[in-house]
Design a protein around this ligand. Structure first.
Ligand SMILES: [Fe+2]
Ligand SMILES: [Fe+2]
Length: 220
């Protein structure tokens, strides 16, 4: 990977996620790591994969519901990137960012979009629990108890699994499929999952994170 480009992103782009929680650096760095894994596997351009992972959720600051389009605009407006990529590469990357959303029904327009979208899935249950708690606390203000939040989160994800039999993966990459199988096995064991949600809830309620999710972090 180009060292100068990497330094630029570490200095200028990654800090923009500091006031995000469920889309914060933990999430972004996980997506970057999975994009790297897929870039190695399919012999893709490493710089392109790293950049799309790094920029993909920046648009949440602008418009939550269309964040993938806004991320694409932020990406295209960044003149620094024109030093490293051709016009054609930039277009492919923009499309990949715009197509990354998990709820999207149509296949991404290019393979980089498939790689990014698949990398954006959470198959690490501990990370997923953290992210879902933050999302539920911010979005579902009418829910008060642990059980209400948990049931909401569990139903939401179960629906994503049950509609298609699995969480959707566009690439069907065998490494990700293995992680998905393990994840689904854990997740569908409801008492196990409830216990993880309970532990995480107690942790964030006691260490000040819950307060920060409600009053400091900007994402949902
Ligand atoms: Fe996103
Ligand atoms: Fe994301």
């Amino acid at each position: 990977m180009n060292k100068e480009l990497l330094e630029y992103m570490e200095r200028e782009i990654l800090p923009r996620y500091e006031r995000f929680y469920s889309h914060g650096l933990l999430h972004i760095n996980q997506v970057r790591a999975k994009c790297k894994l897929l870039a190695d596997y399919y012999h893709l351009n490493q710089d392109m994969c790293n950049v799309i992972a790094t920029y993909h959720d920046l648009g949440l600051k602008v418009d939550r519901n269309n964040h993938e389009i806004e991320s694409g605009k932020i990406f295209m407006a960044d003149h620094e990137l024109k030093r490293y990529f051709t016009r054609v590469q930039l277009e492919i990357m923009k499309e990949a960012i715009e197509d990354h959303r998990g709820s999207r029904k149509e296949r991404p327009r290019n393979f980089y979009g498939e790689v990014l979208s698949d990398s954006d899935r959470d198959f690490d249950i501990e990370v997923l629990v953290k992210r879902q708690w933050a999302t539920s606390l911010k979005n579902n203000v009418s829910l008060k108890s642990f059980e209400e939040h948990f049931e909401f989160c569990y139903k939401y994800l179960s629906k994503r699994i049950n509609e298609n039999g699995h969480f959707n993966l566009w690439t069907n990459n065998p490494i990700l499929i293995e992680r998905r199988t393990e994840f689904e096995r854990q997740f569908l064991n409801k008492p196990f999952t409830r216990n993880l949600y309970r532990k995480e809830y107690e942790k964030i309620a006691n260490d000040g994170t819950l307060e920060k999710i409600l009053n400091y972090y900007e994402d949902y």
